[in-house]
Design a protein around this ligand. Sequence first.
Ligand SMILES: Cc1ncc(COP(=O)(O)O)c(C=O)c1O
Length: 495
Amino acid sequence: MQAEKATTIYEKSKPGRRASTLPVLDVPDVSVEDLLPASAIRKTPPRLPEISEPEIVRHYNKLSRRNFDLDSGFYPLGSCTMKHNPKLHERAAALPGFARLHPLQSSERAQGALELMYNLEGALSEITGLPHVSLQPSAGSHGELAGVLLTKAYHEDRGETRTKVLAPDTSHGTNPATVTMAGYETVKVATNERGGVDLDDLREKATTDVACLMLTNPNTLGLFDENIEEIAKIMHDVGATLYYDGANLNAVMGISRPGDMGFDIVHMNLHKSFTQPHGGGGPGSGPIAVSERMAPYLPKPRIVKKEGRFRYDFDQPKSIGRLRGFQGNFGVFVRTYAYICSLGGEGLKAASETAVLNANYMLEKGKQNERVNKYLPVAFDRTAKHEYVLSAAESKRQLDVRATDIAKRLLDLGYHPPTIYFPLLVDEALMIEPTETETMETLDGFIEALDQILEEAEKDPAFVQNAPYTTPVRRLDEAAAARSPVVTQDLDLLP
Ligand SMILES: Cc1ncc(COP(=O)(O)O)c(C=O)c1O
């Protein structure tokens, strides 16, 4: 079944149709020319769509139903933690005292907002086990940049010039990108057969010209590094810092803390671990938490509390400076704070435990399914944390059906596909993160969907190779779509 082609609202336009009409003027008519300078007046009227109200409503309603989002179905996008966003948090963020606050409001008149940010910093400090927090960075990758710049400031302050940053070959692409932006060279560290950092390789590469090691723990294979204390020691012995990419914090909240593992700097993805609607570049937040020795370099201003009042402290002479206008994405802070307060410490721990349980349940369920286990074996068969990675290498070899074909066919079956071809060290990777907010039936359904796809592929590989069949757009040239997207329409070319 081929989905109906979308039309633009301009194609639906008919001269003379209106959504609403204005009442007859009850004041004297004044011409626009008398009100505006000639330079501000258009030469031709704008081409606006002429359309009735029901048509407008149906048009946008129909378009919105073409979106796949967390409210429409399961979204096991590995490493992205797409978990349910409780609607209560939306109500909190929409409270007029928060939503209508002007960013230039004086701190005296924004005490409630400052208090929320101050308390949120305290909660994030508790969760990470590190004493100082800045909420400014507005994405995980932005937090990474802040953290690496902090490392640079720290070493420069000590009169040291370091040129390299280490990152495991499982690291997220933003890690090496950050390293380059901060003016360092990335040095890859190998992964051992258990899916952790190869200690021999690390020891060889941990030299005194290394500024830091960027590590995700659990990593993007969903595996907790069993040697984290030794790794911290190796890095600290050469004077380097240890950076925690906290995108996978959903696996460890309330259970283990990066600060206790020896990390100096952590970024958190509030838009992942702390239930924010995200995707499509939508508002994120990547606060950083740091140890005492890194605190002087944090972005400024910091929020301080004195005699019961909150204010901004700009007196931070060693700060790396401001990272963005104002304080960050404030609405995200409100939702995060609501999440932390509504769950409490025990609730956060239960969320992580359930995320880990769900991932391992699904992993085992897949192993017990003969077809899934045969064609899509687990890449590193260990107890996972909140996500795990399958390899479609066997499916490719035996059925000529690749990870991308399976991902496309999942769309037809009503699932958002998992992350594919990442991490790079797994051939034909499918990285699955079920999160704690999904039911057992949903998890079972996904394994059944994989089984169905593989059965279809056994009978007729071309059927799976040509999926999807039900989406508005079939197979895209993905590189061209990402690199040269066409997102505007020339009105003159419309019928
Ligand atoms: C492991 C890891 N690190 C860093 C990031 C970057 O975070 P952001 O997308 O907020 O920039 C991600 C995002 O998916 C991630 O999974």
